[in-house]
Ligand binder design. Structure first.
Ligand code: F6P
Length: 324
């Protein structure tokens, strides 16, 4: 087994708050172990372009509180092909890199698995606001995104109750309803629409009409971007069915991805960054670090990228009776 002397780190997929503290932890843990670290800019695009830069402890000063990722990120189609992956491996070898840490979502982790399958030592770190990665209770960025969603819901409620309106809020999360479900429960939404559970326009209309008749001064509906019912379709239906409340629509969009990482995300990112380097230096590779209970454990990259994580139906049931 070769001794690691030089490692590289990249952030991939959608940026997530907490990626910077993770980069900082990687650089400083490796430096403390006497290992050189290179940052690869713009994920797999930078890997293919050979955009590598030596990082010292000073390069990661003052970033623990910053959202986004100082290494930047990109979505790259070429790296999804076997030819692109081989070219990526060639670039790593050209730069004398002995091991790689990939911080990102499922697409980035699939890229990490491809490099591992080609024989290159890789450790993954789950970073995505969607919380759709198998093998970790929470990914980096989820907690901050959830707090941003709650801030928006709390603010919308102020104006909703002043006007006796129903607000519909669309929340990111790709095909995963985690952020919408948790945001809806914790923000006190009257209804929640997620990809994992079928909802009908009729049941949404009925729930809101009931809420109006029970004397609620406002209502809130949270709809996941990946749900089969689209927010405009719901708004049109509600407007034409006289549910009592006036209806307004807000799409949160990429706002959810920004902002200072929360204390939880800084701690999670720091622990995962440290653990990722420790595993890489111990030649424990082809794995992803993950939060398992209170501990940072590991799963194989194969499992992390092929097993399906789903939202707990317990929460779906809870959301229904808590909204009454
Ligand atoms: O995976 C993170 C995420 O923000 C998803 O919630 C969303 O569907 C997607 O990325 C948006 O991608 P882009 O930033 O490329 O528009």
């Amino acid at each position: 087994m070769a001794t690691m002397r030089r490692i590289a780190v990249l952030t991939g997929g959608g940026d997530a708050p907490g990626m910077n503290p993770a980069i900082r932890a990687v650089v400083r843990t490796a430096t403390a172990a006497g290992i050189e670290v290179y940052g690869i800019r713009q994920a797999y695009s930078g890997l293919l372009a050979g955009d590598f830069e030596r990082m010292s402890n000073r390069d990661v000063s003052g970033i623990i509180q910053r959202g986004g990722t100082i290494l930047q990120t990109a979505r790259n189609l070429e790296f999804k092909t076997p030819q692109g992956q081989k070219r990526g491996l060639r670039r790593l070898n050209e730069h004398g890199i002995d091991g790689l840490i990939v911080i990102g979502g499922d697409g980035s982790l699939r890229g990490a698995l491809a490099l591992h399958t080609l024989g290159f030592p890789v450790v993954g770190v789950p970073g995505s606001i969607d919380n759709d990665i198998w093998g970790t209770n929470m990914s980096i960025g989820v907690d901050t995104a959830l707090n941003t969603i709650l801030d928006a819901i709390d603010k919308l409620r102020d104006t909703a109750s002043s006007h006796e309106r129903c607000f519909l809020l669309e929340v990111m999360g790709r095909n995963c309803g985690y952020l919408t479900l948790m945001g809806g429960i914790l923000g006190g939404a009257e209804f929640i629409v997620i990809p994992e559970r079928e909802s009908t326009l009729e049941e949404i209309g009925q729930a809101l009409e009931d809420a109006y008749m029970r004397g609620k001064s406002h209502a809130m509906g949270v709809i996941a971007e990946g749900a089969s019912l689209n927010i405009d379709e719901v708004a049109t239906y509600l407007e034409s069915h006289e549910i009592g409340f006036e209806v307004r629509v807000t799409v949160l969009g990429h706002v959810v991805r920004g902002g200072r990482p929360s204390a939880f995300d800084r701690l999670l990112a720091t622990r995962m960054g440290v653990a990722a380097v420790e595993h890489l230096l111990a030649n424990e590779t082809g794995i992803m670090v993950g939060l398992q209970g209170r501990e940072i454990g590991t799963v194989t990259l194969e499992d992390a990228t092929t097993k399906q994580r789903s939202v707990s139906l317990e929460y779906v049931n809870m959301a229904e009776f808590l909204a009454k």
